[in-house]
Design a protein around this ligand. Structure first.
Ligand code: G1P
Length: 296
């Protein structure tokens, strides 16, 4: 059995939901308190045992490359000032085997993943979407890799979402729970209307895939929204080899929209040693103020 060693992070999206902040800056660099969202994803990959990461980038994405590169001037400056704690934070981001490829004509998530064909070769690999930050005692990517050790099959992370939101996600039609939290799947549908959705189990941005997905993606016709959809290719893959769905029971933060981004910032802030106490006091005070205004 081949080990899962490689991860793909698609990061070529235009980030229109965060305009004007993303006019000249990659949305993946927007910070949650003090850490760019993409760094959380890279950390999850490393904590799961991933060795090589390919980031599929597009326009205005140079800052991502710079972020994970050494910054000699800054490092020397921090060293000279004896700021070893900050130096450690800066150096932490440079010990990663990162690779970059540009997707010049973004045609959808399936098309972004297809750009990684040569990088991946004939190995199983994971795809990690930058809009979904996951928290659990075992990283979600590692949970998928643990299943792979048993099944040697593609496994997609899913989670229950409110039924009226199925049109925002890829949705699975589960077949049978083969072991606790692991389902065989009848089919995968991209963004079905609530009335047509086969369940409320949504794909949440972590995929472990076998390399056979690439030949399917090469012939994949555009689907929902006129884009080449990864979900459609996974549905085809499931017809020739088993693709399982693993139900995630941890916490998911959607940093892809404004409210989700704000909530994530608050949650992370409440665990951040530097700001957690003052943030908590602030929220309590704010709560009292809002309550008083409501009572008036
Ligand atoms: C993508 C996938 C979708 C998945 C979602 C998870 O959609 O196409 O299947 O459920 O990510 O965040 P997007 O959010 O890029 O429209």
């Amino acid at each position: 059995m081949k080990k899962v060693r490689k991860a793909i992070i698609p990061a070529a999206g235009l980030g229109t939901r965060f305009l004007p902040a993303t006019k000249a800056m990659a949305k993946e660099m927007l910070p949650i308190v003090d850490k760019p969202t993409i760094q959380f994803i890279v950390e999850e990959a490393l904590a799961s045992g991933i060795e090589d990461i390919l980031i599929v980038t597009g326009k205005a994405k140079r800052p991502i490359e710079d972020h994970f590169d050494a910054n000699i001037e800054l490092e020397q400056n921090l060293k000279a000032k004896g700021k070893s704690d900050l130096l450690a934070l800066v150096e932490e981001t440079t010990n990663v085997n990162l690779h970059f490829i540009r997707q010049s004509h973004p045609k959808g998530l399936g098309h972004a993943v297809l750009q990684a064909k040569v990088f991946v070769g004939n190995e199983p690999f994971v795809v990690m979407l930058g809009d979904d930050l996951m928290y659990d005692s075992t990283p979600l990517t590692k949970q998928l890799m643990d299943h792979y050790e048993d099944t040697h099959a593609s496994t997609i992370a899913v989670m229950e979402v409110p039924h009226e939101e199925t049109n925002k996600y890829g949705i699975i039609a589960p077949e049978e729970e083969v072991k606790s939290g692991l389902y065989s799947v009848k089919n995968f549908v991209e963004k079905p209307k609530p009335a047509e959705a086969p369940s409320n189990l949504a794909i949440i941005g972590r995929y472990l895939l076998t390399p056979e997905i690439f030949s399917i993606l090469e012939n994949q016709a555009p689907g929902a929204g006129g884009e080449i959809q990864l979900t459609d290719a996974i549905d085809t893959l499931n017809q020739t080899q088993r693709v399982f769905a693993h139900q995630f029971k941890g916490q998911r933060f959607d940093v892809g929209d404004k409210f989700g981004f704000l909530k994530t910032s608050i949650q992370y802030g409440l665990t951040h040693p530097e700001v957690k106490d003052s943030l908590k006091d602030y929220i309590i005070e704010l709560g009292k103020e809002l309550e008083a205004t409501n009572e008036k």
